[in-house]
Design a binder for this molecule. Structure first.
Ligand code: NAD
Length: 483
């Protein structure tokens, strides 16, 4: 059996742990087991399922959260409090889905002169979740929670770059559920392909990059398997002339940009500031980074930014800096380094801002997924909206203004699935708001009612009035509503 070993990106000579790679030969048995579990689970009432899931959520104890947080911190370099926060938030999302289920999945009945129509939501069957490494637990739970509440079974394949913490958490929850209902498997493209093309997989929920998304999308289309695609973004944060630039706001945008080393799908990835406030913004942003972007060993108290995920990511980001200099940008180091020796030895990238880049520079037009950000000046609102929308990506964005109504007006013209007002990234999320991309950032939604509905299909049962007992009858080939 092949083993996947995960190195620690802070101390690359240390192995954090390992998991067994799922063999392609085992894929069929795993999916069959999932399908058997689905058949039993989906026959339970919604209330029975919710009770079982609530009890399973309680199996994640405070001690387990500590263990999971330490694992995630070591395997992806996410600071310890953020890692613990992600695990706890994830379980709260399971509880959120349980709480919403009765309302969102309710059966609707119309019984009137036109006939009787019953509309129900039914599960798909076996769901396959394929998730990335940057928020391994929450991005898995956003699929696990609604899928199970709605009556599906689920197989989760996390990234080989972050397999450990998510496995620990999901296995704890799975231990309280029927056998085979929630399974975690491991592997890269080979195992992934075998799951994606299995005929009993009825729905695929993918979060990751566009290259893998296109590959999975083609295979899924051949199988006529529906997908949810949560892909990358190139979020614009737009500061209007009247934006409040106090310390709290600047701290928010600094961390929205650099938390998790900028490796967040909805991080602020391009900052646009009205020219009249540009110098003030740059000075304030650099000052905010000095006390809020603290780079070092993510296990150490006070550190807010750890390493990037791999040597390859580190090298790609340094090439991006070199390209930005060639393109004429002015590069400024930001943040505070706590321990030069640790930073020199791990996969760290110095957080940097780049000023005055042309709009066709790589750092402006592509998702950087790292701690580098362009800060661009603009003169006119029409101009900045056009520049913000001049991308194939449309995940999120933000508008900052002292005038909330004005901010909402501008927000409605941003081509993104989610627009934050006066904040950006994690702080602007709410479980009640559906999240997902427009354009090439994907389709389908997570969170909110839609995030649960996406794991169900509508079934309509209809008795047309004419053919109900005592009905008027009618011609045997009539179109509805005609006699
Ligand atoms: P990735 O696309 O490289 O990998 C994602 C997952 O796909 C991993 O589990 C990987 O093992 C798996 N995979 C690779 N080849 C496969 C195949 N042939 N069949 C099946 N599975 C396969 O992405 P990544 O590097 O892990 O994550 C970074 C990307 O994810 C960024 O673009 C980021 O913006 C995006 N992202 C999006 C969201 C969102 O909610 N929209 C959230 C987080 C990250």
């Amino acid at each position: 059996m092949n083993v996947i070993r995960r190195e620690n990106p802070t101390f690359p000579d240390r192995i954090v742990g390992e998991v067994y790679e799922t063999s392609v030969a085992d894929v069929d048995a795993i999916v069959q087991r999932s399908d058997e579990a689905f058949r039993v689970w989906s026959r339970l009432s919604l209330d029975q399922r919710c009770q079982a899931l609530a009890a399973a959520a309680d199996l994640v104890t405070p001690e387990l959260y500590d263990e999971i947080a330490a694992l995630m911190c070591a395997e992806v370099g996410k600071p310890l409090p953020d890692s613990r926060g992600e695990a706890m938030y994830s379980v709260s999302l399971l509880r959120f889905n349980i709480d919403q289920a009765a309302k969102v999945l309710a059966t609707h009945v119309i019984d009137d002169a036109a006939g009787k129509l019953v509309r129900t939501r039914v599960p798909f069957g076996v769901v396959l979740a394929i998730t990335p490494w940057n928020a391994p637990i929450v991005l898995s739970m956003l699929k696990v929670a609604p899928a199970l509440v709605a009556g599906n079974s689920i197989i989760v394949k996390p990234s080989p770059q972050a397999p450990l913490a998510v496995t620990k958490l999901l296995e704890a929850i799975a231990s309280g559920l029927p056998n085979g209902l929630l399974q975690v498997v491991h592997g890269g493209p080979e195992a992934g392909d075998a799951f994606v093309t299995h005929p009993l997989v009825r729905k695929i929920a993918f979060t990751g990059g566009d290259v893998v998304a296109r590959h999975i999308g083609v295979s899924a289309a051949r199988m006529i398997t529906p997908t949810v695609m949560e892909l990358g973004g190139n979020d614009a944060a737009i500061f209007l002339e009247d934006a409040v630039l106090d310390e709290a706001a600047l701290d928010r945008i600094a961390l929205a940009t650099f938390m998790m080393g900028g490796q967040v799908c909805m991080a602020s990835k391009r900052i646009y500031v009205h020219r009249s406030r540009y110098d003030e913004f740059v000075a304030g942003f650099v000052a905010a980074c000095e006390h809020s972007v603290i780079v070092g060993d993510p296990m150490m108290e006070g550190v807010t930014v750890g390493p990037v995920v791999s040597r390859a990511a580190q090298e790609r980001l340094e090439r991006l800096v070199a390209d930005s200099i060639t393109a004429g940008g002015q590069v400024i180091d930001v943040g505070t380094i706590t321990d030069e020796a640790v930073v020199a030895g791990g996969y760290f990238v110095r957080p940097r801002v780049v000023l005055n880049l042309p709009d066709d520079a790589q750092l402006v037009c592509e998702e950087q997924f790292g701690p580098l950000v362009p800060i661009q000046a603009y003169d006119d609102i029409e101009e900045v909206i056009a520049r913000a929308n001049a991308t194939e990506l449309g995940l999120a964005g933000s508008v900052w203004s002292a005038d909330e109504d004005r901010a909402f007006e501008v927000a409605q013209r941003i081509e993104s699935g989610y627009v934050f007002i006066n904040t950006h990234n994690r702080t602007g999320m709410t479980p009640r708001a559906p999240f997902g991309g427009v354009k090439k950032s994907g389709f389908g939604r997570e969170y909110g009612d839609e995030g649960l509905l996406d794991y169900t299909q509508n079934v309509s049962i209809h008795a047309a009035a004419a053919y109900r007992p005592g009905g008027s009858g009618g011609s045997a080939n009539a179109y509805p509503g005609t006699s």
